[in-house]
Design a protein. Structure first.
Lengths: 116, 114
């Protein structure tokens, strides 16, 4: 079974440019989550998709971040325009529908974003 | 504010010794999980303990949970070089509206010295 795949693994861009990160979750996983870790700090929640719908986007920093999940399959996270403080590692995770049960996440390897 | 805080931030021990990491959280939880992250890789689930459990074992891992103190500990016995990684606790809050997101802390960086 393929795991969670993220692309690119590393992106270096100039301030003001646009970057799009992609995540392919495990097939059949309705839940898809985006997290971010900045410079050794905590891993912060960004948003949660259930299929193609945004269930919770309370962690999105501002309107420069746009996440989509076309057809409930892969997801993209676009940062436009990128700022220096957006640098960090962006993790995607997916899980099956567990209702109110224990939600164990499977993570991708992350996309490291460096904004110069 | 940060839900999970791991302590210590970094820990170095000799191979074969035991490693203990602690996690504190702020709100009431359903479950607490521990994840490991090797450098350049994604987080990997290690063990889950439910709020009505006090201790759980899995191989060389032992997790305790004290809901009155809102804290958990992860013990790795007989450490190996391959245990070198960052370890994170993660909690899901209540009420749980379904498929609840996990809240992570800053992690403990564990280094095993051969």
């Amino acid at each position: 079974e393929a795991g969670v795949t993220q692309f690119p693994s590393h992106s270096v861009i100039e301030k003001g440019q646009t970057v799009t990160l992609r995540c392919d979750p495990i097939s059949g996983h309705d839940n898809l989550y985006w997290y971010r870790r900045v410079m050794g700090k905590e891993i912060k929640f960004l948003l949660h998709f259930v299929k193609e719908s945004k269930q919770d986007e309370s962690g999105m920093p501002n309107n420069r971040f746009l996440a989509e999940r076309t057809g409930g399959t892969y997801s993209t996270l676009k940062v436009q325009p990128a700022e220096l403080e957006d640098s960090g590692v962006y993790f995607c995770a997916s899980s099956q529908d567990v209702g109110a049960g224990a939600n164990v996440l499977t993570f991708g390897a992350g996309s490291r974003l460096t904004v110069l | 504010s940060q839900q999970g805080e791991e302590d210590p931030q970094a820990l170095s021990i000799q191979e074969g010794e035991n490693a203990t990491m602690n996690c504190s959280y702020k709100t009431s939880i359903n479950n607490l999980q521990w994840y490991r992250q090797n450098s350049g890789r994604g987080l990997v689930h290690l063990i889950l303990i439910r709020s009505n459990e006090r201790e759980k074992h899995s191989g060389r891992l032992r997790v305790t949970l004290d809901t009155s103190k809102k804290s958990s500990s992860l013990l790795i016995t007989a450490s190996r070089a391959a245990d070198t990684a960052s370890y994170f606790c993660a909690t899901d809050a209540i009420p749980n509206f379904g498929n609840e997101k996990l809240t992570f802390g800053t992690g403990t960086r564990l280094t095993i010295i051969p």
